[in-house]
Ligand binder design. Structure first.
Ligand SMILES: Nc1ncnc2c1ncn2[C@@H]1O[C@H](COP(=O)(O)OP(=O)(O)OP(=O)(O)O)[C@@H](O)[C@H]1O
Ligand SMILES: [Mg+2]
Length: 202
């Protein structure tokens, strides 16, 4: 993946699949649970066919662990977001997207009983993450009705990249002033990035 920056607004406008990012300023606000609830609503709606969930939280892997209660099933998965971003692994050639009562969940990382290279993850640039996500979203475009991206709490390159690539970002907060403040800071950072991007494109 090269470091050329992605033109997010053009990509969003030309995409058929709707992308929703679920973020929060502070941890434990309910992002992963909300992501699963939203996917269930989409699956239950007769007008929609399919939903893909991306777990972009390598540190907690909350959605991956909620979904794969059987760790051996997770470990047998051939593909994860980690593979895409760290190893530039090839995407699956086909997505088994059919009308069903369950979404496809792309795990953040599947070898959960082995140590993860957190240093490399932390050093990943915003552009690198944007490129990887863009490749994945392009491969899913028109195949899934919705892609939901569950992110890590706080302001980092992952939550910012996923928010800028989305049609809609939902920022989840608990009812306390620290959580509100953290969400406000995240929202401000997203707006700053979006403005910078717009200025680069003009
Ligand atoms: N609406 C809710 N009502 C009650 N409990 C909830 C609700 N949403 C989440 N919880 C509980 O709060 C805890 C955190 O939820 P969840 O893991 O979804 O948050 P998160 O924002 O994804 O956390 P993290 O930042 O660690 O990824 C869980 O124990 C979950 O069961
Ligand atoms: Mg979570």
């Amino acid at each position: 993946m090269n470091s050329e920056s992605t033109n997010h607004s053009v990509e969003i406008a030309s995409r058929q699949t709707k992308v929703i990012t679920i973020a929060s300023g502070k941890g434990g606000a309910g992002k992963s649970l909300l992501t699963l609830a939203l996917s269930q609503l989409i699956n239950d709606a007769p007008v929609f066919n399919s939903c893909v969930i991306i777990d972009l939280d390598f540190h907690v892997k909350g959605l991956t662990l909620l979904w794969y209660s059987d760790l051996s099933l997770l470990e047998n998965e051939k593909w994860s977001i980690y593979d895409l971003l760290m190893r530039e692994g090839a995407l699956p050639t086909e997505w088994p997207l059919v009308k069903s009562s369950a979404s496809i969940v792309i795990p953040s990382y599947q070898r959960v009983r082995e140590p993860l290279d957190y240093d490399s993850i932390s050093q990943m640039s915003f552009d690198h993450i944007s490129k990887g996500l863009s490749t994945l979203l392009t491969s899913l475009d028109g195949k899934a009705d919705f892609v939901l991206i569950d992110t890590r709490a706080g302001i980092d390159s992952f939550s910012l990249a996923a928010s800028l690539m989305a049609d809609l970002t939902i920022i989840v907060s608990e009812q306390d002033r620290i959580s509100y403040r953290a969400c406000f800071d995240l929202q401000s950072q997203i707006m700053i990035r979006a403005k910078e991007q717009q200025q680069r494109q003009n």
